[in-house]
Design a protein around this ligand. Structure first.
Ligand SMILES: *Cc1c(COP(=O)(O)O)cnc(C)c1O
Length: 383
């Protein structure tokens, strides 16, 4: 992967390439679907169980509970952990809206604190927030962009304040910090199999991970209408089950490839890191100690972000923004009643300046070179 002048590539460089994914997994996927079809059992059967066991083993956690999506896994984790209506939950303003929506749906009250230079929730500011407000006992940190938060600092916060922690690992499956796996500090972690995620299914899906059997048991009840036994509804639960078909696809075709996909993401990130040199484009680096899995490759654009986006679009490079609007600024939050601790100036700056370059395991070397060349070729309008 060397330097070349960019031409608009004859083929667009997509932010994700699900057709390439299909070419890669087709044989295994068809076989998995065939097995489910022949079994005549489509909801909560052997496939979900087998995938849950494989995922838990892969992650190094005792139990996995499949859910309909990542947001539900977060809500179910909070509810299984005993969140009561009105309980405050500290979280990040810079994430998929689903992180906060899960808190609202579980009856919690989100409290936002600013992020650090990497865009992840700032754990020293979080410490200040927990110190200032002793009614704050819940914490939902997000391992954003595929980076892993400092797990020692997270564990020390948990212990110092007796926190109930649910880790949002939707973007960070397999990420580590200091050799420990993300998701292992909280009493539960949640992840998503939304197709764009590092372990993406062919549709929606999610999972809760935990080492506590009581949490897993309650989560299994909550995901299935709150049934403790057939037609016995112990709690008003959700309908949030992972389908047998998705579980079979994940088990046979996707999970076995995750390590390779992650290796490829890391190589691409290393290439961007090494080759991208533009005075107005600064990659957001992985935090010290993080063994990142590069769900995204975010950069900050010092000026004229929209102009760079247009420029990349002209060259058929599909970039995106994560995230243009802070969660507390969303219209849906007006009536929801969140709180903000301190200022959110770093998060706001990232919301104004961030662009995510194409990042997925099917990018070819020459596509990655073209992305870098396209960035190098950019001169902003205002220059
Ligand atoms: C994708 C995502 C979610 C939600 O997952 P879904 O499966 O789409 O519900 C939650 N948090 C983060 C950080 C995400 O990226």
């Amino acid at each position: 992967m060397g330097h070349r002048m960019p031409k608009p590539s004859p083929e667009p460089i997509p932010a994700n390439d699900f057709r390439a994914l299909w070419r890669e997994i087709r044989a295994a996927a068809l076989e998995a679907v065939d097995r489910v079809g022949k079994s005549g059992w489509f909801i909560l059967g052997r496939e979900v169980e087998a995938f849950e066991q494989a995922l838990a083993a892969h992650w190094g956690m005792r139990q996995a509970v499949g859910t309909a999506n990542g947001m539900d896994a977060l809500e179910i984790a909070l509810r299984a952990g005993g969140l009561q209506a009105g309980d405050k939950v500290l979280t990040t303003p810079l994430s998929a809206f689903a992180s906060t929506l899960a808190i609202l749906r579980a009856g919690g009250r989100p409290v936002f604190v600013d992020v650090d230079e990497s865009g992840l929730i700032d754990l020293s500011l979080a410490r200040q927030a927990f110190t200032a407000d002793s009614s704050l006992k819940w914490f939902l940190p997000v391992h954003l962009y595929g980076h892993c938060l400092n797990l020692d600092a997270l564990a020390s916060l948990r212990d110092a304040f007796g926190l109930r922690v649910v880790e949002d690992c939707a973007q960070s499956i397999g990420a580590t910090w200091g050799g420990r796996i993300c998701g292992s500090v909280g009493f539960a972690a949640a992840t998503s199999f939304y197709p764009t995620k590092n372990l993406g299914a062919m549709g929606d899906g999610g999972a809760l991970l935990t080492n506590e059997s009581k949490i897993a048991e309650t989560a299994r009840m909550l995901r299935d209408y709150g049934q403790s036994a057939k037609y016995q509804h112990a709690e008003p639960g959700l309908n949030s089950r992972l389908d047998e078909v998705q579980a079979a696809l994940l088990h046979d075709a996707l999970l076995p490839r995750l390590a390779d996909f992650t290796r490829r993401r890391r190589l691409i990130a290393a290439f961007y890191h090494r080759e991208l040199r533009h005075e107005l484009i600064d990659p957001i680096h992985q935090p010290e100690g993080s063994g990142s899995v590069f769900h995204l490759y975010p950069v900050l654009v010092e000026q004229d972000r929209d102009d760079l986006l247009k420029h990349l679009q002209r060259l058929q490079v599909h970039a995106a923004i994560h995230y243009p609007v802070l969660i507390p600024d969303q219209p849906a939050m007006r009536a929801a009643g969140g709180e903000i601790f301190g200022s959110l100036h770093r998060a706001s700056r990232i919301a104004r300046r961030e662009i995510s370059l194409p990042m997925h395991p099917f990018l070819t070397d020459s596509q990655v070179e073209n992305v870098v060349a396209a960035c190098h070729f950019w001169r902003p309008d205002s220059a």
